[in-house]
Write a protein that binds this ligand. Structure first.
Ligand SMILES: *Cc1c(COP(=O)(O)O)cnc(C)c1O
Length: 376
């Protein structure tokens, strides 16, 4: 089968290999068979290994859903009664965590910081000192909306000093930026198969501390389908997901994990870095400006300012590139007009070089001056 190879520069789902795509085509199987449970058992362990968690202390719990399901699960399941969640909020994905708290009526502090900078650690520390009832601290690792990399290791240490559980949304870093749950003070992190491991959509996983999950059995239950303890307990007792798993997506994830381990943690991160360097270089050559200063970028997302050219039309540029197999993506910063180019997926430097040829053509086709202009 010949499958057209599209280069996705959006923040997930990512470009996948043909072997991962084809791994979905399997004989029909009932997921209640032992063979399928065995597949998930190994997968849960491999998912913990990616972030170097000791298997006696950490576990992975799988869910059928997009990445947001993990955020929902962690927030609704890991907060004890009479406790508050502290959401460190410097972007669209942390804002989503705040919305989840609001929907469940969870007591929480929305500690907002500017979306183009790191959180102020002194303010975080002071908030923890002033609020001894904070039971859970939450931050997004790579704020995918802007590409800021938040200092999780320090925040995790602060959370632990104040006896709070530390949850970080690593959906857009897991299996890309090397993470070590012990060194990075992480109690719970999360990801989704269509991002770092370069699998298909529909499978998500929370990786975290077994003792805390077991303790959470006594915490208030706020969701039926999305309770962490309930799903964990079912896995431990039966080896299966509580309800029907995304069968074909799991076969693809198995293949993606094999390819992840074959490529290797360091080599994969080096490849993403090569891709991002090529993106910075290509943007620079066309005169584009980025919103976030380089030192605080994750190395996985470039947030690019719209040029001040009356012919600039993101949708036209997008469509030109899309028709030629390259997908670019709008930004997620309120008050600033931006688009994003992301470095995840099964792509390399050459794909970026080829993309910038197409982008240059797109700018010419739209009569946009190159290098692109900015008024200030
Ligand atoms: C992609 C992503 C998610 C999940 O988004 P879905 O659309 O639900 O898959 C959550 N957090 C971050 C930081 C992400 O990049």
């Amino acid at each position: 089968m010949q499958i057209r190879r599209n280069i996705l520069l959006n923040p997930g789902p990512s470009t996948t290999t043909d072997t991962v795509k084809m791994a979905q085509v399997v004989p029909d199987i009932c997921p209640r068979e032992k063979e399928f449970a065995g597949l998930m058992k190994q997968m849960r362990e491999d998912l913990v290994k990616i972030v170097h968690g000791p298997l006696d202390l950490y576990t992975a719990v799988l869910f059928c859903g997009s990445g947001t399901i993990n955020m929902d699960v962690c927030l609704n399941s890991l907060l004890d009664k009479d406790k508050k969640a502290l959401i460190i909020n410097n972007g669209a994905y942390s804002q989503r965590a705040v919305e989840i708290c609001t929907y469940y009526g969870l007591p929480h502090i929305n500690l907002e910081f500017p979306v183009d900078d790191l959180p102020d650690l002194e303010i975080v520390e002071k908030t923890l000192c002033d609020n001894p009832d904070v039971g859970l601290v939450y931050i997004t690792h790579n704020e995918t909306g802007t590409g800021i990399l938040n200092p999780i290791r320090i925040i995790g240490e602060m959370a632990h000093r104040h006896n709070a559980v530390f949850v970080t949304d690593t959906t857009s870093t897991y299996a890309m930026i090397p993470i070590d749950v012990v060194r990075d003070n992480i109690d719970f992190c999360m990801a989704s198969a269509q991002k770092g491991i370069m699998g298909m959509t529909g499978l998500s996983y929370v990786i975290g501390r077994k003792d805390i999950i077991e303790k959470s059995k006594e915490f208030p239950k706020r969701s039926y389908y999305c309770n962490l303890y309930m799903q964990y307990d079912f896995f431990e007792r039966t080896g299966e997901m509580h309800f029907t798993p995304p069968v074909q997506t799991i076969y693809a994830a198995r293949q993606a994990l094999d390819e992840y381990f074959a490529e290797g943690e360091q080599a994969k991160w080096a490849r993403h870095t090569r891709v991002m360097n090529a993106i910075h270089k290509g943007l620079g050559m066309l005169g584009f400006r980025e919103v976030i200063r380089r030192e605080i970028q994750s190395g996985l997302v470039a947030s690019v300012k719209y040029p001040d050219d009356c012919n600039w039309d993101f949708n036209k540029v997008h469509d030109y590139c899309y028709e030629r197999g390259y997908t670019i993506y709008p930004g997620k910063i309120t008050g600033a007009d931006t688009f994003r180019l992301c470095a995840l997926g099964a792509i390399d430097e050459d794909d970026i070089t080829a993309f910038f040829e197409v982008l240059k053509e797109a700018l010419a086709a739209c009569d946009i001056t190159v290098p692109v202009k900015y008024n200030d």
